[in-house]
Ligand binder design. Structure first.
Ligand SMILES: NC(=O)c1ccc[n+]([C@@H]2O[C@H](COP(=O)([O-])OP(=O)(O)OC[C@H]3O[C@@H](n4cnc5c(N)ncnc54)[C@H](OP(=O)(O)O)[C@@H]3O)[C@@H](O)[C@H]2O)c1
Length: 261
């Protein structure tokens, strides 16, 4: 479950907490957040939602590029843990690449791991060249995940990044899997969904989930949306659906620079 735009408005807080709790009740086991989202507000919503249920959930947060140097990164991690009210993050991601040398960031992340404040670390919005550079840095090979934009309307990573990460055991996390909701109005997706008798969101998520290559983190505050997103894990698309979606959203034939939101 994603959490971008949660924790921004007090009037919506209890609905957001309830949406995350519903997801946990339905068996969704990963929550993705970031210090950026609501400037700590989303982490605080997550903290409330997972209170008393820490063992049920894999918690991911991210730090700003301007916090990627040693003292600021240590402080950012402590602040995230405090907002989330937990002792350790399961995964801590470098939100997007900034100016700090990768070696300093990696060394600090390894320190935080040794101290038990984070279990694993990874990156986000890193294209292939950034990852290759990261692997040259001492400890860089311990990168656990790369979180990137990936959905039917943005398939560029299928050409290179996705197989490259797969070969190296680097988990790929697909963010904005519904293209922030825009995808759901696409006529080709709507037509496939109507034929299958499923909501468009379910089809879009089932397409991402079908081969187990990526972790998918849809954000939903509406309980009906949470239920549909959970149901996507059980929806099997048929060959006709895959070919209709490939026609409407063709796979990449050449390298495309990594797209970001
Ligand atoms: N690393 C990065 O740089 C980065 C960038 C972007 C996003 N992310 C992460 O990825 C998560 C997901 O991406 P996102 O939030 O950008 O967009 P998204 O998950 O693609 O779409 C979220 C939007 O879709 C709606 N929605 C969700 N499920 C739906 C359903 N079943 N039917 C109809 N509408 C539905 C939500 O509405 P309601 O909320 O009203 O239910 C919300 O408006 C983020 O929350 C964040 O955790 C990371």
């Amino acid at each position: 479950m994603g959490t971008w735009h949660m924790g921004e408005r007090p009037a919506r807080r209890s609905a957001e907490v309830e949406a995350l709790r519903l997801g946990l009740d339905l068996g969704m086991r990963l929550i993705d957040t970031a210090e950026m989202y609501g400037e700590g507000g989303a982490e605080s919503v997550v903290g409330e939602a997972i209170g008393g249920r820490r063992d049920e959930v894999f918690v991911v947060s991210k730090f700003y590029p301007h916090h990627a140097g040693r003292p600021k990164l240590r402080a950012a991690c402590d602040a995230s843990l405090a907002q989330l009210r937990i002792d350790a993050l399961d995964l801590y991601l470098y939100h997007w690449r900034g100016e700090v040398p990768l070696a300093e960031t990696v060394a600090t992340l390894e320190e935080l791991a040794a101290e038990g404040k984070i279990r694993r670390w990874g990156v986000s919005n890193f294209d292939l060249a950034d990852l290759e550079e990261l692997l040259q840095v001492p400890g860089g090979e311990r990168v656990a995940a790369n979180q990137v934009l990936y959905n039917l309307a943005h398939r560029g990573i299928e050409f290179d990044l996705l197989p490259w990460c797969g070969e190296r055991g680097i988990e790929v996390m697909a963010y904005s899997p519904l293209d922030e909701g825009r995808l759901l109005r696409h006529p080709a997706l709507v037509a496939v969904a109507q034929r299958l008798g499923a909501p468009a969101a379910e089809v879009a998520l089932a397409w991402l989930l079908h081969d187990g290559r990526v972790v998918v983190i849809p954000k939903a505050s509406d309980p009906g949306h949470v239920r549909a997103n959970r149901a996507a894990a059980d929806l099997r698309l048929d060959a006709e659906a895959f070919s209709a979606l490939d026609r409407a959203f063709p796979p990449p034939r050449r390298k495309r620079p990594l797209e970001v939101i």
